[in-house]
Design a protein around this ligand. Structure first.
Ligand SMILES: Cc1cc2nc3c(=O)[nH]c(=O)nc-3n(C[C@H](O)[C@H](O)[C@H](O)COP(=O)(O)OP(=O)(O)OC[C@H]3O[C@@H](n4cnc5c(N)ncnc54)[C@H](O)[C@@H]3O)c2cc1C
Length: 290
């Protein structure tokens, strides 16, 4: 298996900035995220305070960043990272489809919208899952509930319905749901709590409850503590030093995930610092290994 110098997780402004700088520093990089880069940037109507790009729309900003990546011949690996494990000398980056290895990691996953549902963390791995691709096979002949935080999760629900007998789909967004599989029932409501008893999981909505064999909570980002076991966090954010290093050696963080203000310019700046710090860390390691 190839071992990359720097694995960058997230394709928002922070991750893109880190990737561009890491490439400039001649490091081998693995950039994991989505081809359309960042839902948050796409949703920005107009960005008024980004230097040199007055009045740019979110969509045009994404387009410009994509062109920049193409020009620098940086590819995006479209995957969802489920866990990052510090293995001593390197990191194992577990994705839904593959496992990757990297000597350092930059987390640029953005901040999770809203807070965890009561019961979500407690039942994670026991009736609650974050990854349909990883766990769909366990639902053969069973019923599952999917809580989708963006329209792209409809694909995951459709995939799950190929295995499960029945899928309840709860959209947590305003766009029209385009699912047509008769095995999928779309239910609208505000999620309030997750409960688990006698092998069944219950999603409590305002006004009704959905009981099934398990619940998939599908968001763009998961909380950093769940992504990286043992990482020091401060609520939804990762604790960092000024060089964007974290409590784990070789692991850096940048962008919204490190705290407020949630801004494009701050994210880009931190991505740049994180990449330079990761490069210095790797160079230092090489020197001390002789
Ligand atoms: C409506 C709106 C308007 C805004 N307007 C402005 C503005 O005018 N000016 C301004 O400066 N800021 C604005 N912002 C804020 C700005 O968009 C954010 O600060 C910025 O996008 C943060 O960049 P980021 O790279 O940290 O994270 P994000 O842009 O959130 O990107 C994170 C990326 O990581 C990916 N990811 C997350 N978890 C995983 C995982 N486990 N595996 C793989 N990939 C993962 C996500 O899919 C996403 O692609 C606005 C935000 C919104 C929502």
């Amino acid at each position: 298996m190839d071992r990359y110098d720097i694995c960058i997780i997230g394709t928002g402004p922070a991750g893109i900035s880190a990737a561009l700088t890491a490439k400039n520093r001649n490091k081998s990089i693995l950039l994991i995220g989505r081809k359309d880069l960042s839902n948050k940037v796409i949703k920005s109507h107009k960005i008024l305070n980004y230097p040199g790009l007055p009045d740019i729309t979110g969509e045009d900003f994404v387009k410009a960043m994509r062109e920049h990546l193409d020009r620098m011949e940086i590819e995006i690996t479209e995957e969802q990272v489920t866990n990052v494990y510090a293995m001593g000398d390197y990191f194992a980056v577990q994705c839904a489809k593959e496992m990757y290895e990297s000597r350092s990691v930059i987390l640029a996953t953005g901040v999770m919208p809203g807070s965890l549902l009561p019961g979500e963390e407690m039942y994670l791995g026991n009736g609650v899952s974050y990854c349909a691709t990883c766990d769909a096979a366990l639902y053969k002949g069973k019923e599952a509930t999917v809580l989708g935080y963006s329209p792209k999760e409809e694909e995951e629900a459709a995939f799950l319905a190929e295995m499960a007998d029945k899928v309840y789909y709860v959209p947590v967004y305003k766009d029209e749901v385009k699912l047509s599989d008769p095995k999928i029932e779309v239910i609208y409501g505000r999620p309030e709590e997750i409960r688990r008893a006698e092998g069944k999981s219950t999603l409590v909505l305002d006004g009704q409850e959905i009981v099934s064999d398990g619940i998939f909570v599908l968001r763009d980002a998961v909380s950093p503590g769940q992504l990286v076991p043992g990482l020091e966090t401060d609520g939804a954010h990762i604790k960092t030093e000024r060089d964007m290093s974290t409590s784990i050696k070789g692991l850096f963080a940048a962008g919204d995930i490190t705290g407020t203000p949630y801004q494009d310019a701050k994210s880009v700046g931190e991505g740049n610092i994180a990449a330079i710090s990761a490069a210095l860390y790797l160079n230092g390691k090489e020197r001390s290994n002789g």
